[in-house]
Design a protein around this ligand. Structure first.
Ligand SMILES: O=C[C@H](O)[C@H](O)COP(=O)(O)O
Ligand SMILES: C=C(OP(=O)(O)O)C(=O)O
Ligand SMILES: [Mn+2]
Length: 464
């Protein structure tokens, strides 16, 4: 198995054949959600600097991921994507990064047991710095400033200086991604991801009386691990795990500058992350984002909101996955709990009938955002779980495979989403709401979701 820490046999570098000129066609196409910094000397200098910096990920790793996603598209693996809505430079600390990775690993163990198949672990991490926004501006107490668009563009602090679009942030985002990825690699390759430790961390969750309902599943996992031990399983082999980095490919200057030719194949790889997705607001068929991502070899995701039509989905497949290559294309539906049972079936049916083998993943966060009585952007855990249930129901009815989960979550004890078995109430927002964009599941809510989804996966497999 290729490990992330090992160097590829032939690294991606700056040398090698010239990049395909098609990679710049996006510059001639309509483009949404970009900062207003083009043409400035600072912007050009930042892009020049990025274009000669080392790749953050290797082409060989990207190929391994494509293979793993192909298995998921065929119902033989399950994808778990999780992390902040918007990473920040200030929170790229050892404690916060490791808490998030630990939580994803904890979720993955529970899901692996329920699914009885490999879980592909992927962070919205090490590059999730750019945010599309509904509005270009934000008004507070009669003062209007540019909206916060993620730390790669401007600062969250509500002052004219901080909200200025600053191209020097492009390079800081690269450096922060590199140090985040370095810690992730050390954490997942250095022995900390030992299956037995990850399972022990879950004990803290089930010891909470609010989570008593999950004790029996945790007990089953415990017995399975002891059974493996008794059979002489090589736990040293299970001390390391693959972990992949993903973000929304929103700022095409950044993505283009980090695109390199793979010297093995001569093909372009976007080396800013293993997996890149196109957001709901930038998936226009004739737009810049779809064009650019159609030309790189990375596995690509596309968010599909409630207005997506089967025709949109089929046209996206033609453009992004013309060779119908399993693992290349993931559709991440984010319909909202109220819509999923009505809107998703047509999409899945038509895509399946076309013969394309995409991976279907649910994002149960972005269609379920509401404002709390006390004015915070939030989501109800029950709505989030209802969308996940709907996703499973739709696939069960159609005989297709619900292949993954895409969530905004953190490893910390924040209060941003309402509810859960150990419920978060809106009075807690004033002290514990930390997100600079969308509300995330906290550590406990994330694990609770994993236990619930694990149960659903086990039921599908006929084991519960
Ligand atoms: O993360 C997704 C979007 O960037 C986010 O939901 C946009 O939020 P807004 O509607 O507050 O701009
Ligand atoms: C912007 C996001 O989602 P969407 O494109 O689905 O709104 C996101 O995933 O943070
Ligand atoms: Mn978000």
């Amino acid at each position: 198995m290729t490990e992330l820490s090992s160097a590829p046999t032939v690294p991606v570098g700056n040398a090698g054949p010239a990049l395909d000129p098609g990679l710049d066609v996006w510059r001639t196409l309509p483009i949404q959600q970009q900062p207003s910094w083009h043409g400035t000397p600072e912007h050009d200098a930042a892009v020049r600097e990025l274009s000669v910096l080392p790749p953050l990920v290797f082409a060989g790793e990207v190929d391994v991921l494509r293979g793993r996603l192909a298995a998921a598209a065929q119902g033989k693996a399950f994808l778990l994507q999780g992390g902040d809505c918007a990473e920040t430079f200030a929170d790229a600390t050892a404690d916060k990064i490791s808490a998030r990775v630990k939580t994803i690993l904890q979720m993955a163990v529970v899901l692996t047991y329920g699914a009885s198949m490999p879980v592909i672990k992927m962070g919205r991490m090490a590059g999730q710095f750019a945010k599309p926004r509904s509005s270009d501006t934000e008004t507070r107490n009669g003062v209007t400033l540019p909206a916060f668009r993620g730390d790669i563009v401007n600062g969250y602090e509500f002052t004219p200086e901080s909200r200025r679009h600053d191209p020097a942030r492009l390079v800081k985002a690269y450096n922060t991604s590199a140090s985040t990825l370095n810690l992730i690699r050390a954490f997942t390759q250095g022995g900390f991801a030992d299956l037995r430790s990850v399972h022990n961390w879950n004990r803290g969750f089930t010891e909470n009386p609010a989570h008593a309902a999950y004790e029996s599943l945790a007990g089953e996992i415990d017995r399975a691990i002891r059974f493996m031990e008794a059979c002489g399983a090589d736990f040293d082999e299970l001390k390391r795990t693959e972990f992949f980095a993903a973000h929304e490919a929103l700022l095409l200057d950044y993505e283009r500058a980090l695109t390199r030719t793979d010297s093995r194949t001569g093909l372009p790889y976007d080396t800013s992350a293993h997996f890149l997705w196109i957001g709901e607001r930038t998936r226009q068929l004739d737009g810049a984002h779809v064009d650019f991502l159609s030309r790189v070899r990375n596995p690509i995701g596309v968010k599909l909101g409630p207005n997506s039509t089967p025709e949109d989905a089929l046209a996206l497949i033609d453009k992004l996955d013309p060779n119908r290559e399993p693992g290349r294309l993931t559709f991440i539906s984010r319909m909202g709990a109220k819509n999923i049972r009505e809107k998703l079936p047509h999409l899945v049916e038509k895509v399946t009938a076309s013969g394309a083998q995409v991976l279907w993943v649910t994002d149960p966060m972005h269609g379920n955002t509401v404002t709390s009585q006390n004015g915070y952007k939030t989501r109800n855990f029950e709505d989030v779980m209802d969308e996940v249930r709907g996703f499973f129901e739709v696939h069960d009815a159609l005989g297709t495979y619900p292949g993954g989960l895409h969530v905004e979550m953190t490893g910390d004890d924040v209060a941003e989403c309402l509810g859960g078995a150990d419920p978060i109430r809106e009075e807690q927002f004033n002290d514990l709401y930390e997100s600079v964009c969308d509300p995330r599941l906290n550590h406990r809510q994330s694990l609770e979701m994993a236990f619930l989804v694990s149960g659903a996966l086990a039921k599908r497999g006929g084991r519960a």
